[in-house]
Write a protein that binds this ligand. Sequence first.
Ligand code: HMG
Ligand code: MG
Length: 296
Amino acid sequence: ILPKSVTIIEVGPRDGLQNNHNLVAENDKIEFIHLLQEAGIKEMEITSFVSPKWVPQMADAAQIVAKTRKIGRQFVLAPNEKGANLAREAHVDSIAVFVGVSNSFNKKNINRSTKESMDSLEPVIAKLKREQIFVRACISTAFYCPYEGKMKQDDVLAVCEQFVKMGVDELSVADTIGMANPLESYTLFTTLKEQFPTTLLTAHFHDTRKMALANIFAALQAGIDRFDTSAGGLGGCPFAPGATGNVATEDVVNMLDRLGIQTGVDIEKICEAVECIEKHVSQPIETGMYKLYKNK
Ligand code: HMG
Ligand code: MG
């Protein structure tokens, strides 16, 4: 049985832009975020408090937080205590920490082993929860790693369990390099639903091999009703070679609309946001629904 409604967590302003070669101006990012809100998005990753040396595109994180309207949950990413403190100083109420199941990936992405990251995040998360901040944990390379290949499901579950014990509110489980197949999606998300019945569970698919919509359908059948998507299908992690964009918000909403599943998101207005950001990104945007919108 499929869910009656689904929550779309828009990650375009963060995942969508972090890997973009051109630096996008602060005002253009703010306009993009506001147009996405006007399209009905209630949860969004708007920026990251990460090292500007590692990810120059996110150097304006504090300004983005200060100058955007607060609608629903607006997440900022933080990889460590410094990022979490900068986010707290910016008065955010929702923070996303992130870690890779794969040690090799985590070292490339965060310059720490997976265990080092988990150990140092424990007191950070405890402090955030004392302050009643909503904590989302993003789990990268939950299916495949560009350096280590196929991940063991037990290792994925172990990381998720540690986060749940630390008190996170949500697990966002990611196919970082878009390699999972629908059976793998169904199997992992069914197991996650069984093991963590009281934690919000979200699926984050990159569309590198064009399997993301199929993987989302499989996750829907496993009972998942929260999906990270990116307007225009932008995205990719600078430290995961070969990873391309996230699954496109407009294409996911179209599939859900046609399945009779409510999202509260307006495809036409998402396409207006895509049109606004297209001028500032380094590659053309050619998602199914955006092409239809342009050719109308
Ligand atoms: P490091 O070089 O080991 O950091 O990098 P450090 O702790 O040794 O500190 C070095 C310098 O960085 C110091 O400054 C720190 O203050 C500063 P200095 O004394 O040299 O002037 N620093 C910071 N500055 C701003 N914000 C911070 C911060 N922390 C330290 N938070 C670090 C370690 C984690 C900082 C670095 O590796 C980093 O920034 N990595 C971020 C990588 C990233 O953003 N990746 C993309 C997001 S994850 C993703 O896309 C996956 C996801 O979409 C799911 C999926 O698809 O898989 C979520
Ligand atoms: Mg991602």
